[in-house]
Design a protein around this ligand. Structure first.
Ligand code: ST9
Ligand code: ZN
Ligand code: ZN
Length: 334
């Protein structure tokens, strides 16, 4: 077996759903442990301050900023989101395609615009989410309510079961990537520069925006908006929408989360076929991240994009899904 095959098998085992016996045993263990929720007040204060700043930024964006600043906020949201979707999610958490060094550097830098923890931590939590969905080993389990799944999980201590189960994952494919280790070692300077300094500096220097307006709109409001768009995948995309590929899963396909999260709204598809780089059957108009990956592939920066065959999708739908819902979904989003 080539080392490439070994790594792929190893990584897929990190995020494919655990079997039902393991899930039942974990649920029983959680009941016995009966852990209390411990609020982290520092995070509550920081997120409260961020939301006040973002609200001020929104008012300025609507009433006082220049059009170029509005455009800049949009560009930063798309770039930062693609650093999460194309980088942390599809490349590093799922290994659904391979990228050459310059592409990995680009994705790591735009990921730093989004300031969502370093990629290794993000991918570790996300692999836990896929493997032990809706148990205490899922960082944002919907069993603890939609607010918890959306952002509440970042305001409290993590459960013991998450830490114990997560420690069993092999993250060596991530820690052996020098690009990710560089980001980890320099995380605070990187987010200082890419999430706050450059977003503020560009509008001031290039089109004379007021420094305060630039900071509140392009740094605070945009950061908060991208966070909520991402968090919606954990809440809305496990709540309202089509269940075409697995009717028993909590994940759904949803139009609006696809729009806001640059192509990540096909969440029922994604939980069913987590190795597929497209993450949905939605059209490219909705899946901007796929356009980025395909364009990079045309330029030779990306290769080995994994997809699920049409026959395998149809088989899965017939066995565990809902073909009617799939046709409806494709009519609206395909
Ligand atoms: C943010 C992340 O917002 C958003 C992620 C969203 C995910 C979305 C997923 C679905 C999306 C898919 C599509 C993408 C769409 C994108 C759309 C874009 C528009 N396994 O954490 P600590 C252990 S971040 C194993 O301090 P506490 C480990 O030993 C926002 N072990 O736990 C660890 O040490 P180390 C900005 C684990 O004290 C130790 O525990 N960032 C695991 O309970 C301590 O870890 C923030 O706000 C695990 N999974 O605190 C920071 N986890 O790490 C927020 C932990 O050294 N976080 N361990 O190995 C915190 O402040 C804290 O983590 C805490 C918990 C308070 C939440
Ligand atoms: Zn995923
Ligand atoms: Zn999910």
């Amino acid at each position: 077996m080539s080392s490439g095959t070994r790594v792929e098998t190893l990584v897929e085992d990190q995020f494919l759903s655990a079997n039902i016996e393991e899930i039942r045993r974990m649920q029983e263990e959680s009941r016995r442990r009966n852990e209390k929720t411990e609020i982290v007040w520092r995070n509550v204060a920081l997120f409260f301050a961020l939301h006040v700043g973002a609200l001020i930024g929104l008012v300025q964006l609507i009433g006082y900023s220049r059009w170029l600043t509005v455009f800049w906020v949009f560009v930063l949201h798309v770039l930062g989101s693609m650093g999460v979707t194309g980088g942390a999610h599809r490349l590093w958490a799922h290994r659904s395609y391979k990228a050459r060094f310059p592409m990995r550097v680009f994705l790591m830098l735009i990921n730093s615009i989004a300031f969502q923890n370093d990629i290794i931590e993000w991918a570790r939590d996300h692999r836990c989410h896929h493997k032990w969905t809706d148990t205490d080993a899922d960082p944002h389990s919907t069993n603890r309510g939609m607010f918890f799944a959306h952002m509440g999980w970042l305001l409290v201590k993590k459960r013991t079961q998450l830490k114990v189960q997560g420690a069993k994952l092999d993250l060596s494919d991530l820690t052996s990537d020098p690009v990710l280790m560089f980001q980890r070692k320099n995380y605070l300077p990187l987010v200082g520069i890419f999430c706050f300094a450059i977003p503020t500096f560009v509008p001031v220097y290039f089109w004379g925006e007021s420094p305060l307006i630039a900071f509140y709109t392009a740094a605070l409001f945009r950061y908060c908006f991208t966070l909520h768009a991402t968090w919606c995948i954990n809440s809305v995309s496990h709540w309202i929408g089509w269940k075409a590929y697995d009717v028993d899963a909590s994940s759904v396909d949803n139009l609006w989360t696809s729009v806001a999260a640059v192509g990540e709204g096909g969440h029922n598809f994604h939980h069913t076929f987590p190795q597929d780089y497209r993450t949905s059957e939605h059209t490219e108009y909705l899946n901007w991240t796929r356009v980025l990956i395909d364009t990079a592939a045309d330029w030779g920066l990306v290769y080995d994009r994994k997809t699920t065959s049409e026959a395998a999708i149809a088989r899965q739908c017939a066995k565990h899904g809902d073909e009617g819902a799939r046709q409806d979904l494709l009519k609206h989003l395909g």
